[in-house]
Structures are given as structure tokens and as C-alpha cells.
Design a protein around this ligand. Structure first.
Ligand code: HEC
Ligand code: HEC
Length: 387
């Protein structure tokens, strides 16, 4: 533990009286600070972070998910007793030491060979394997090319202007007038987590134009603080994932820009404002349906790719990418079951996938343009209106 942290921080391992823990250990500062306060780096919150110490905590945790996804591993492959009460995140088993060395290597490759542009990430070599492949197979040489689309677009010659695709989307939703008249909504939904985990959650969603949004999932046997939540109040944002490393934490990295985007996309008239430098990609397919693809950039390196159904014009997916030293951090939202509510098409099903989990939602009731109490967009542990 470094000296300055001894002055400001005591990292307390807290045992929660809940079975099947994903992880335990809540950071609580001696000065009353916790990870729920914005602006803290991984080096300030954790004990043994040697290379990624300057990352905001939110992006740091996402980059742990990125390591898992890149190697096809889970936390327990690099962290002693992860998934049990006895987890020791700070310990350094051989795989974790190797991963740390790889972070330095990736940085060196990009710096020394690509002028500091981030073109090589963990995934570039690993492709969801712990040992990267050395040799192409004959199936690769003679078979269909692998099914990966470009993730950053340079633009496609002769493609339609991105604005025409966005305009078609607004038309499909019900037209600019109706879309602009939408200023808030309040919804209830049900949720199912990845692999059935966290199943049967009851959900509240609130959104207020231009940029406030809150999603709170209450699990059947949890109460109050144990709700899972993502909130954004127009400038600050929080995530609360019960049974995770930090519990409730404030966003300050690129995840904060992502939360802002999630909030603004609920009021689609402003898509062209929140994203600049729009470019069109090659048409693609989602579930066998042709889609048109538009990519744009937001503040601080945020990149978002939007997929519109070619026939209906409706948004079927977006992927937003945050930044990290080891590669971009994807979060994906898939929309389905659009239905008309007061003249506006609203998706009644969606799946939110990030590197730390996946939840599928189904709206059971939604009301548009209703007054919403500001407090629901603040810190999750202080929200009273639990579903
Ligand atoms: C491929 C190996 C690898 C995987 C998989 C992995 N981590 Fe890590 N983790 C690391 C490395 C390396 C560090 C130290 C980074 C540094 O020194 O900058 C670290 C540090 C941490 C820390 C800080 C611990 C401390 O007290 O210093 C936490 C918390 C953490 N990881 C959580 C997770 C979680 C949660 C997962 C699963 C979602 C995960 N990690 C998956 C390699 C991994
Ligand atoms: C330039 C290619 C390349 C990149 C980029 C790369 N790795 Fe690796 N990695 C390898 C190779 C090759 C091996 C196998 C080494 C061996 O077998 O001795 C490996 C092995 C590993 C191992 C040990 C696996 C095991 O089975 O014990 C870990 C952990 C690992 N890499 C993590 C990472 C992480 C995390 C990143 C991103 C920060 C990363 N690697 C980026 C090439 C790469």
C-alpha cells in the first residue's frame, strides 16, 4: 500500500450476510469518502494497482470485464477466491502478474509501433482464448471469412448521408413534432439477468429530457440498498450493483459519458447534437435483418455505433465504446417490440449488455410526459421510490 493511501484510505473488507457472493470488499475512506464520490481513481480506491492506477474506478472495473471477455475468462482466473467470501482481490497469482505484464506490453506496442494510436488491445491477439493461436487453419484459408465487422468506421464511399438515416428514424418513431413533444416518461418493467441470474426483478425506469435517466431493479428478496441501479442526473451518475466489488460507485470516466448518452437517446430528437462527426458504415445484419449503420463521436473519446432496421427505420441496437488503456469498453443495448404510445413508437423490450453483466427488460406499463421527482436521478442508495 502506498504511503499517501495510508493517510487517506482504509480499505475495509466487509462480509455481507448474503449467500453466493460475487465479491466482497467495500472501500470506505477514513475521511468519510467512499467510491460513491466522483473523481476517484483505481489507485486511490484499491490496494495493489500498479499499472492502471490513474484510471477512474468505473472504467477500471469495466477494463477488468474487458480482460475477462478478451481471454474467455472470469474474475477467478486472476483473483484468488473470486466468487467466494474469501476473495482477495489484491493478491497477485501468476496469471494476474502475467496480465499486468501484458498491459505494459500492449502500451509499448501501440506507442513504439503505431505512433501511440490504440490499435492493439488484449482482444487483438487473444480473441476470447487464453493462449492466442499461432497458425491459421485451412478452414480459415478456404472457408468463409470470420464474422467480425469493423468496429471503427472510416466512412463508406457513396453511402447515404448519416442525417438521412437519422431523419428516417425520427419519421418512423412518429415524426419530429411528436418526438420533440416527448419530455419525460415513467415506466415499470420486469427484468431477467444473464443466465437467469437476478431473475424476476421488478424495475422502475424514469427519464426526463434532455438528459436524466434512472433504472432501478429490485430483486425479490433484496431491500433498499440492495437494489441494482444506474442513475444519471444530467451531470453526475452512479451504478449500484449489489454483491459486487464496490457496491455503489460514482461514475467519472468514460462510463459517465456513456450514462449521459443512455439518457439522451431516450429523447431521440437530439441524437445529432450529442454525437458529432457522424459517419455511415457498411450495411450489416442483425438477426438476419438488414440494418443501416451510423457511427458518431461524443465527448472525451466516446464512440457510439447505431444500427437502424433498413425496412422500418427503427433503432435496433447501439453500442457505445468507452476508453481504457487496454482497449475500448463496449456496452450494447438491443431494442425490440416497438409499440405505439400516444403516437410515439416506444421499444417495449431491450437488453442492456455491459462487460459486467446483462439484463433484459420488458415494459409492463409506461406513461409519457408525467412529472418526475428529481431525487430518482441521484444516488441510488438515497432513492426512496423503490419499485
Ligand atoms: C486476466 C487477468 C484478470 C482478470 C480475468 C480480472 N482481473 Fe482484476 N486485476 C488484474 C490485474 C492485472 C490487476 C492489477 C492492475 C494493476 O496493477 O494496474 C487487477 C486488479 C483488480 C482489482 C484491484 C484489487 C486491489 O485491491 O488492488 C480489483 C478489485 C479487480 N481486479 C477486480 C476484478 C473483477 C471484478 C474481475 C472480474 C470481472 C477481474 N478483476 C478480472 C487482472 C485480472
Ligand atoms: C501481441 C499479442 C498479445 C496481446 C496484445 C496480449 N497478449 Fe496476452 N498473451 C499473448 C501470448 C502469445 C500468450 C501466451 C504466452 C505463452 O504461452 O507463454 C499470452 C498469454 C497471456 C496470459 C497467460 C494465459 C495463461 O494461460 O496462463 C494472460 C493472463 C494474458 N496473456 C493476458 C493478456 C491481457 C490482459 C492483455 C491485454 C492487456 C493481453 N494478454 C494482450 C499475446 C498477447
Amino acid at each position: 500500500m502506498r504511503a499517501y493511501r495510508l493517510q487517506h484510505w482504509i480499505v475495509v473488507g466487509v462480509c455481507l450476510a448474503v449467500p453466493a457472493l460475487v465479491g466482497i470488499g467495500v472501500a470506505a475512506g477514513a475521511g468519510g469518502q467512499t467510491a460513491a464520490e466522483p473523481g476517484l481513481t483505481a489507485g486511490e480506491v484499491f490496494d495493489n494497482v500498479q499499472v492502471l492506477q490513474d484510471m477512474p474506478v468505473d472504467d477500471f472495473l469495466a477494463s477488468m470485464g474487458l480482460m475477462c471477455a478478451s481471454l474467455g475468462w472470469d474474475c477467478a482466473n486472476c483473483h484468488v477466491n473470486a466468487g467466494t467470501r474469501d476473495v482477495d482481490w489484491a493478491a497477485d497469482p501468476p496469471t494476474k502478474i502475467m496480465a499486468r505484464r501484458m498491459v505494459r506490453m500492449v502500451d509499448a506496442i501501440n506507442r513504439d509501433h503505431f505512433g501511440g494510436r490504440q490499435v492493439v488491445s488484449c482482444f487483438t491477439c487473444h480473441h476470447s482464448r487464453d493462449r492466442p493461436l499461432l497458425t491459421p487453419t485451412m478452414e480459415h484459408a478456404y472457408g468463409a471469412p470470420p464474422l467480425y465487422s469493423d468496429d471503427l468506421f472510416a466512412g463508406v464511399p457513396g453511402a447515404p448521408a448519416p442525417e438521412t438515416i437519422l431523419d428516417k428514424y425520427i419519421e418512423a418513431l412518429g415524426g419530429a413534432q411528436r418526438v420533440d413533444a416527448l419530455t419525460s416518461y415513467s415506466a415499470t418493467a420486469t427484468s431477467v439477468g444473464f443466465g437467469g441470474f437476478g431473475g424476476g426483478g421488478s424495475v422502475r425506469i424514469w427519464a426526463q429530457a434532455p438528459d436524466k435517466r434512472s433504472t432501478v431493479i429490485a430483486f425479490p428478496d433484496a431491500q433498499g440498498r440492495d437494489n441494482s441501479a444506474r442513475t444519471y442526473d444530467g451531470s453526475a451518475g452512479w451504478i449500484n450493483t449489489p454483491l459486487s466489488v464496490l457496491g455503489e460507485y460514482a461514475l467519472s470516466g468514460t462510463e459517465l459519458d456513456g450514462a449521459r448518452f443512455d439518457a439522451m437517446v431516450a429523447f431521440p430528437g437530439q441524437l445529432g447534437e450529442v454525437l458529432s462527426v457522424l459517419r455511415v458504415g457498411y450495411p450489416d445484419y442483425i438477426d438476419g435483418r438488414p440494418v443501416e449503420v451510423v457511427q458518431g463521436s461524443g465527448p472525451r473519446g466516446l464512440v457510439v455505433t447505431l444500427y437502424f432496421d433498413q425496412e422500418t427505420g427503427l433503432l435496433t441496437r447501439y453500442i457505445r465504446y468507452g476508453r481504457s488503456p487496454i482497449g475500448r469498453l463496449p456496452t450494447q443495448v438491443d431494442y425490440a417490440d416497438y409499440r405505439e404510445v400516444d403516437g410515439v413508437m416506444i421499444p417495449h423490450q431491450w437488453t442492456f449488455s455491459w462487460l459486467d453483466g446483462r439484463d433484459s427488460f420488458e415494459i409492463t406499463n409506461i406513461e409519457l410526459n408525467v412529472p418526475i421527482d428529481e431525487s430518482v436521478f441521484g444516488r441510488p442508495s438515497q432513492i426512496d421510490a423503490i419499485p
